[in-house]
Design a protein around this ligand. Structure first.
Ligand code: MLT
Length: 326
């Protein structure tokens, strides 16, 4: 009798071990694709590659970045919205996910019903920058120059729905002067033209401008954060420099197609939490003027609430500016 009891316990233990191994050996079983909806070399790409590399270690599977630029990030977002909901296609996108819901009357997806949520990643400040030979000595001088040359001053952005488009729109509204906008598939390529002097002004994220500002290859006039940034302490905030209320942070989140199993999104959220505490990610973000989102925000619930709140927040601002994508 004792033998049978021992055999039963052993069998139960083995079955339990196998099932937990099977579970542990479950998702992910192969590499994952993370779509970045802007060109390689830009701020979104930089954030994605840093976080994906760290998440891969925890997941035990590679996360491969694929850049799908165009239409202010909506092409890449549409690709993910229509991908298989198996946990092997993800989207890393920013505030543009919220602003595009109002800017685009016809999107290839229904923003609040086409995605599952993994979590928030980081909230990146922006910088108002220009070609390095811009004559203005401060933001007030830059605004005066822009107003006096409004038919020739060019402002680069990454298309309607991009963070640079939002910041440029806020800037033109604040100075009550429309300027000539030049769209790119990302602010990576836009930076090339700014460095070359082919375009005059850009409002772009510190993840793309910090090293250039520190190197003196572009000029910075203001940061859009509530306080000055350690990586560029001599640059005033836009509020200090004369644009009351001009604060904008570019929050980023990771999404999956609607219907992706909770086992996958929860496993991804766990890997995201680990990545946001990775000393290398923390250090690289700090060098680029930003910081990981708090652990409490690296959850599906936090990202869902953020997206819903930001759609509601920016809708009246966008409608007031009257700028829409055709
Ligand atoms: C990029 O990664 O190129 C930028 O996020 C584009 C933008 O949103 O301005």
């Amino acid at each position: 009798m004792k033998f049978l009891k021992a055999l039963a316990c052993a069998t139960a233990f083995a079955a339990c071990a196998v099932s937990s191994l099977a579970h542990a050996a479950g998702y992910p079983e192969r590499s994952i694709t993370m779509i970045v909806p802007f060109s390689a070399g830009g701020p979104t790409d930089t954030v994605a590659r840093l976080v994906a590399e760290s998440m891969s270690k925890d997941l035990g599977q590679q996360i491969i970045i694929e850049n799908v630029g165009g239409a202010g990030g909506t092409l890449g977002a549409g690709r993910v919205a229509n991908a298989d909901a198996d946990g092997y296609t993800l989207l890393l996108h920013h505030i543009g996910m919220a602003t595009s819901a109002t800017l685009y009357r016809k999107l290839p997806y229904d923003t609040l019903n086409a995605f599952e949520y993994v979590g928030l990643v980081t909230d990146v400040p922006m910088t108002i920058v220009t070609r390095k030979d811009m004559e203005a000595k401060d933001l007030k001088g830059l605004i005066d120059y822009a107003k006096a040359n409004k038919d020739k001053v060019t402002v680069a952005n990454a298309g309607i729905g991009a963070a640079s488009h939002l910041c440029g729109m806020l800037f033109m509204s604040a100075i009550q002067t429309p300027l000539v906008t030049v769209p790119y598939k990302g602010t990576g390529p836009a930076m090339t033209d700014l460095l070359g002097g082919q375009v005059d002004i850009m409002c772009d994220q510190t993840t793309n401008t910090t090293k250039q500002i520190q190197g003196g290859t572009i000029k910075a006039y203001a940061v859009t954060s509530p306080k000055r940034l350690d990586v560029m302490k001599d640059i005033p905030t836009a509020v200090e420099a004369g644009l009351p209320g001009f604060e904008v942070g570019i929050w980023h989140g990771i999404y999956a197609p609607k219907g992706t199993p909770a086992e996958a999104t929860e496993r991804l959220a766990k890997a995201l939490k680990v990545a946001l505490k990775d000393p290398n990610v923390v250090a690289r973000f700090a060098e680029l003027g930003t910081a990981p989102s708090p652990e409490t925000d690296a959850t599906p619930q936090a990202l869902k609430a953020k997206l819903e709140g930001e759609i509601a927040r920016w809708k009246p601002v966008i409608e007031g500016a009257g700028q829409y994508a055709d």
